[in-house]
Design a protein around this ligand. Structure first.
Ligand code: PEP
Length: 249
């Protein structure tokens, strides 16, 4: 059975006080669920988030990390630093990192390899842009992203991987891929992985959908057989909305 996951990516939102307030509310209202629930606050608040969530099932994850073990990379955060808090899961490849910070699949392959070597879990984000969807090249684009960033990994590394298909045109726009479009792409992703590895690797990997998931559309998206949960941006900043999305899985 694949894990189901609902993860909230807070991006560059919430100071220390706001982080504590939102986490305290989430912990108090967390419903009984068989899904793993994760939140990704800003780096500076990760250690405090872990203390605030002590005793809660909510997991704290990072939004990014560097590929090097340590060294002269001013402003960067390493896997060891995260694990010492301890944070053992990291989001890599988010479309905002790709668009604003020039992260390529070549660079992401290095980050993923480091995280895997450090025994971390990775939520790897990828997805096509609007013009690629319009041109009908979305399957080709997604296959290329997976191939370049992930397909040099050994099969056993896939136990540490979670995928998050996030069509860029649906992130923060209010525009959602239809449940059928999400299912079609998730099935394609599984097929592509089974071609590169084995069917059991494809069957086991959790694939999240991300892009304007809200309380009013989550249940329908999560009902699709190859959609194993969601990576939630805007709606994860509101406790009521995030809880409603967790209840929808
Ligand atoms: C995201 O940033 O990963 C995301 C899915 O954002 P939103 O839910 O706001 O579209």
């Amino acid at each position: 059975m694949r894990s189901k996951i609902v993860a909230g990516n807070w991006k560059m939102n919430n100071n220390l006080e706001e982080t504590e307030a939102l986490l305290t509310e989430l912990a108090a209202k967390l419903p009984d669920t068989d899904a793993e629930v994760m939140v990704a606050p800003a780096f500076v608040n990760l250690a405090d988030a872990i203390r605030t969530l002590d005793g809660s099932a909510i997991q704290v994850v990072a939004q990014n990390m560097h590929w090097a073990d340590n060294g002269a990379y001013t402003g960067e955060i390493s896997a060891d630093m995260l694990q010492s808090i301890p944070v053992n899961t990291v989001i890599l490849g988010h479309s905002e990192r790709r668009a604003y910070f020039g992260e390529t699949d070549e660079l992401l392959a290095k980050k993923v390899a480091t995280a895997i070597r450090k025994k971390m879990r990775v939520i790897f984000c990828f997805g096509e842009e609007l013009q690629e969807r319009k041109a009908g090249t979305h399957f080709k684009v997604v296959k290329k992203q997976l191939t370049e960033a992930l397909f040099t990994l050994e099969a056993k590394a896939w136990d540490q991987l979670v995928l998050a298909y996030e069509p860029v045109w649906a992130i923060g726009t209010g525009e959602t891929a239809s449940p059928e479009q999400a299912q079609e792409m998730h099935a394609f992703i599984r097929d592509t992985i089974s071609g590169a590895y084995q069917q059991d690797v494809a069957d086991k990997v959790t694939i999240l959908y991300g892009g304007s998931v809200k309380p009013n559309n989550a249940a329908e998206i999560f009902s699709k057989p190859d959609v194993d949960g969601g990576l939630i941006g805007g709606a994860s900043l509101d406790a009521e909305d995030f809880i409603a999305i967790i209840k929808a899985i």
